[in-house]
Design a protein around this ligand. Structure first.
Ligand code: S3P
Length: 451
């Protein structure tokens, strides 16, 4: 599907809230499916529609089904029957993780401790991403894992009993941390894991809520005993909040379009909301209302007052400490920086080079094509804003990366002519309703689809 974006004529402030409901938080839902499978409970997860589910999450659903986990998806819920930690069965085929790095890495950890063999594969983009650095850590726990010669998928896993270990991660990565914590459930004693910087902590929160003996120390050591929790209810409902990373695209579009955007029931986990601090530094007003907590995860309604923007956006500085806490928001924050009055900088973001594309390279190339002045360094970017908001219309090259599709489509609204986004359906990897929401904010006539 190709989407054509027409330039916005004149932006006028609108204080009437534009309400958006984003799909369930991908990070939380991947973990709920996997940790839910390890319970013996029936877990019911309300959803708005099947269409609101990201393709990445569907890859985890299919992966678990091929391991014998009963999962049923209806128009209003996902129902999963946990099989217990020894209830998985050998898959009859290679598990296809599609584009989902989280599926591949989390399943690697889960499968490392099973009593059967399995193989994980992925699409072209996922098959180019690094798996060896995680495989090596799992091998250190006693696992038998083989990657390709280039250290990527397909990965062959011969499950076996694992050793209690003490592991320091080479990079801050929530996927690697979670994979190791899942493997640690099959170890013969307490495992301790430390990241160089704090990354998203959904796994720690969910394991604690599910009754595991997990301690997250202030010095970032996480210690997990492989004991079996026994106090979970036989059946329970887990309502997953909306994805705060998907919300960021609506938030930024709303700021640029001077709209009051209301994102209902989104995750407000503090390891995911650092981008809101950056927006505050740029001069954006927002507030969270109706904040509540469930299974250790904060959620609430986020109001972003783009309608109150009366001066130029201030540039930002993203430091290495910030990066793991706004990793997935860097493409859309970089897009916002295009419109700031000054130079924004991002440093410590080397990990972006091994995401769905080399995101630093792709952002630099596309922004240069839009007419901006960009400097690309090994671990970041400097972006000189164009506060008069006129980008040059140009060809879009998102390299098959869902977050770049969305970021570049939003930038395209401010080009001096129409901009065409090829393969726009890729947005569904994380945010299937993105273009509908963009049309709700920008106006239906701004966006035309050719299937
Ligand atoms: C994720 C962790 C992040 C993020 C990804 C989802 C997760 O990757 O980029 O989209 O759910 O654990 P890292 O493993 O690099 O932190």
């Amino acid at each position: 599907m190709t989407v054509t974006i027409s330039p916005i004529p004149i932006v006028t402030a609108d204080s009437k809230p534009c309400g958006l409901i984003v799909g369930p938080d991908k990070s939380i839902l991947h973990r709920l499916l996997i940790l839910g499978s390890l319970t013996r409970s029936l877990i019911r997860i309300p959803i708005r529609s099947i269409e609101s589910l990201s393709h990445d999450v569907l890859a985890t659903v299919l992966g678990l089904e091929s391991l014998g986990v009963p999962i049923e998806i209806t128009s209003d819920e996902i129902e999963l029957q946990g099989v217990g930690r020894h209830g998985f069965r050998a898959p009859g085929h290679t598990i296809n993780c599609a584009n989902s790095g989280t599926t591949a890495r989390l399943l690697m950890g889960l499968l490392a401790g099973q009593s059967f063999e399995s193989t994980l594969a992925g699409d072209r983009s996922l098959s180019a991403r690094p798996m060896k650095r995680l495989a090596d850590l799992l091998v250190g726990m006693g696992a038998a894992i083989e990657t390709t010669a280039t250290g990527s998928l397909p990965v062959k896993i011969k499950g076996r009993a694992l050793k209690a270990s003490e592991i320091t991660l080479p990079v801050a990565s929530a996927q690697m941390k979670t994979s190791l914590l899942l493997a640690a459930l099959f170890a013969d004693g307490r495992t301790s894991i430390r990241e160089p910087l704090q990354s998203r902590d959904h796994t720690e929160r969910m394991m604690t809520a599910f009754g595991y003996d997990l301690v997250a120390e202030p010095d970032r050591w996480i210690r997990l005993e492989p004991s079996v929790p026994d106090d979970l209810e036989e059946e329970f409902v887990y309502e997953v909040p909306g994805d705060i990373s998907s919300a960021a695209f609506g938030v930024v579009a709303g700021i640029l379009l001077h709209k009051h955007t209301e994102l209902k029931n989104v995750s407000l986990n503090p390891t995911r909301t650092r981008y809101l601090d950056i927006l505050a530094l740029m001069g954006v007003e927002f507030e969270a209302t109706n904040v509540r907590d469930s299974f250790g995860e904060a959620r609430g309604d986020l109001h972003v007052y783009g309608d109150r923007m009366d001066g130029p956006l201030a540039p930002f500085e993203i430091t290495p400490d910030d990066v793991p806490l706004l990793l997935d928001e860097i493409p859309i924050l970089a897009t916002l920086a295009l419109f700031a009055d000054g130079t924004s900088t991002i440093r410590g973001a080397r990990e972006l080079r091994v995401k769905e594309t080399d995101r630093l390279r792709c952002l630099a190339q596309q922004f240069t094509a839009f007419g901006a002045e960009i400097a690309e360094v090994e671990d970041g970017l400097s972006i000189v804003g164009i506060p008069n908001r006129t980008l040059r219309a140009c060809a879009i090259d998102h390299g098959g990366d869902h977050r770049l599709v969305m970021a570049f489509a939003i930038a395209g609204l401010f080009a001096d002519n129409t901009v065409t986004v090829p393969e726009a359906e890729i947005a569904a990897v994380s945010y299937p309703e993105f273009f509908e929401h963009l049309a709700a904010l920008a106006g239906e006539h701004q966006i035309t689809y050719q299937r």
